[in-house]
Write a protein that binds this ligand. Structure first.
Ligand SMILES: C[S@@+](CC[C@H](N)C(=O)[O-])C[C@H]1O[C@@H](n2cnc3c(N)ncnc32)[C@H](O)[C@@H]1O
Length: 358
């Protein structure tokens, strides 16, 4: 039987996930993700009939904000009442933030164009991706902050030739699978492996199974110590719960990546990933994270991880730079007793590595 609604997709995923509701038992979980995982479980328990309507943008997890804009597509996605209310609120109280947000979106689009990825923006209108609720029409192009991030990362992967034909790509912290959806579209033979909490993997399954119903979806109950990532079918999509990472940790893959995620984890968890063969032996790693997760002036995350934690002796750096995406973003918040528009407490780097003896 084909599953169709988001609720059915969610139930199907849970049925194939023996430890779905056990993620809060993990040791060393940072405070942000303790809150998010608890919120997700509460959301699923309270809204069993509606799971998935807001599976991309909910609670503390969102597709990142976009400026106020009235469009029929936005009102349809948000619902008329909520759409008008959000637009009214932002137009009245968020003018400065929205001006900056618009500039950031313009910059992100311009730098993707500069890299030659403009057609990826045009071929993938943000508002048409499944479950999209936050998007913005910028000179006729449909974008969102998070979706532009995924377009940029895909373009960089292509420029640096990180995805060999029929290769295996493992991404830790894959969220709702937005980047995976783009990679699978343009590199249909890549075998995609995602590592995240169960609730995120369920969201990714809801998203990716709508886009690629006929792909082989490998569920958590098929991820055990015997799994061989290299033997998975071409184009398959595998959902590995963070708690089961050990089942794949000693394998060598073509690409291992982590975006905006290791820098939020406590050091033992971050090191657990960085010291696995997945990251130590991969033909390439691609990381984009904060230079400093918790600067003393504003300790944003509950961890002392910094850029110094991401390099290993047996690997050489092929590419290292400031991540230009969202670079000039300003968020209004209080620091040292005053509330005003401020840059993030740390910029982000991007780094691509290969084994040193290559
Ligand atoms: C800020 S989001 C970034 C998502 C995505 N990589 C992106 O760039 O849009 C962090 C992601 O890391 C995941 N995450 C946090 N702690 C994790 C852990 N210990 N193991 C695996 N994933 C984790 C979160 O659930 C979330 O999907």
């Amino acid at each position: 039987m084909r599953v169709t609604s988001n609720k059915e997709r969610f139930d199907n995923f849970v049925a194939h996930s023996p430890a779905f509701f056990d993620d809060l038992d993990a040791d060393n979980l940072d405070k942000k993700h303790q809150r998010i995982v608890a919120q997700a479980y509460a959301q699923f328990e309270a809204a069993t009939g509606r799971v998935g309507a807001n599976y991309r943008s909910w609670g503390e997890q969102s597709d990142l904000t976009v400026p106020a804009q009235l469009s029929s597509a936005y009102l349809k996605a948000q619902g008329f009442g909520l759409g008008i209310a959000k637009w009214g609120y932002r137009s009245l109280f968020r003018r400065a933030q929205d001006r900056n947000l618009r500039h950031v979106l313009e910059d992100d689009v311009a730098l993707i164009d500069e890299l030659g990825g403009g057609s990826l923006i045009d071929e993938n209108p943000a508002h048409l991706s499944p479950g999209a609720r936050e998007f913005y029409f910028l000179k006729g192009r449909s974008v969102s902050m998070r979706f532009l991030r995924y377009v940029y990362l895909l373009k960089r992967m292509e420029i640096e030739a990180l995805l060999p034909e029929s290769g295996v790509w493992v991404d830790v912290g894959s969220y709702y699978g937005g980047l995976q959806g783009l990679v699978r579209k343009y590199h249909p033979k890549t075998s995609i492996v995602m590592v995240d909490f169960h609730h995120q993997l369920a969201r990714a399954y809801i998203y990716l199974s709508q886009l690629f119903e006929d792909a082989t979806h490998v569920f958590p109950d098929q991820v055990d110590a015997g799994i061989d990532l290299r033997s998975l079918p071409e184009g398959s999509i595998t959902y590995v719960p963070a708690k089961n990472f050990d089942a794949i940790a000693d394998q060598k893959v073509d690409l291992a990546s982590n975006f905006f995620s290791f820098g939020e984890m406590r050091r033992p968890i971050c090191n657990g990933y960085m010291d696995s063969d997945i990251f130590r032996k991969a033909s390439r790693t691609y990381l984009a994270n904060r230079f400093v997760s918790a600067p003393w002036i504003e300790p944003t995350y509950d961890t002392d991880v910094t850029v110094l934690d991401y390099q290993r002796q047996e690997r050489k750096v092929l590419y290292f730079d400031t991540l230009p995406l969202h670079f000039f973003l300003q968020i209004k918040r209080e620091v040292l007793g005053t509330s005003r528009m401020r840059n993030l407490s740390s910029p982000y780097f991007e780094m691509i590595t290969a084994p040193a003896e290559m």
